[in-house]
Design a protein around this ligand. Sequence first.
Ligand code: PMP
Length: 294
Amino acid sequence: MYYNHNSLIFLNGKMVKANESVTDLYSQTLHYGYGVFEGIRAYKTESGTQVFKAEAHYERLKKSCELVKIPFNWSVSELVEATYQVLKANNLSDAYVRPLVFCSPNMSLTRPNEVSVMICAWEWGAYLGDKQLRLTLSSYCRPHPRSLHVEAKVCGHYVNSILATTEAKDNGYDEALLLDCDGYLAEGPGANLFFEKDGILYTPKLGNILPGITRATVLELADKFGFEVQQGSYTPEDLWEADSAFYCGTAAEIIGIESVDEITFRKDWNNSLGKQLQEAYSKLVRETTKVSRQ
Ligand code: PMP
């Protein structure tokens, strides 16, 4: 599904066949989750393939590496260029792009001697589907910001996400909603949360969540529409009283939430602020912002 015998990936400056590229089983990333990644989308636009907010994603990759002391040996523009190369080589336009920075063999808990970067891409539909989601509050909380750099997209952090999604699905829900370690609403396993109440949008403030690039785009769009948005610490009770809610993320894009633990939002998604943002987002990512490189 992710690759076939023709697929090419970018690995340390070269295009190589996906099915012939290997990694060392003694990699620090494999053993300790000590690596950093990104999730990016490319869209087909009138003037060719455009990678949405490519620079912002590679800036976050760089920042994530800096926060966890993994050397970042590339420039943002070089990796953006490499992303277009991968898309072109695999003849992809609407695609999901996955850059990964991973470490050399090192069984001790020290800095890696050598790091690698790979970028792969594949066709991927909406990650959480297109139906409104039935969520459940997770029994897991997001990692404590004094234990880990929660704002970094570090491989190992995603064990928390996998546990939460698996628990939610095992209990018959589409996805989980996690609180932070203080009991305030945080985010989904792979998406940020917004909710609407009396015409105002609310979203958990930065600090205990991943600073989503889609979240930032939603804030820009809301500003353009003149929607009021508040960022703060909110409780599950605040959410029960909301009129509507949605998740946003690169893979999930913008997706409405039908209910949380069987408590259904009262507003029809089609009349919500989220729906307007969903449509605007879908248009924005397909807009031609610069001359295509393909
Ligand atoms: N929170 C988490 C935990 C995520 O993994 C993601 C996906 N990267 C998001 C939020 C949304 O971030 P973005 O909009 O940058 O994809």
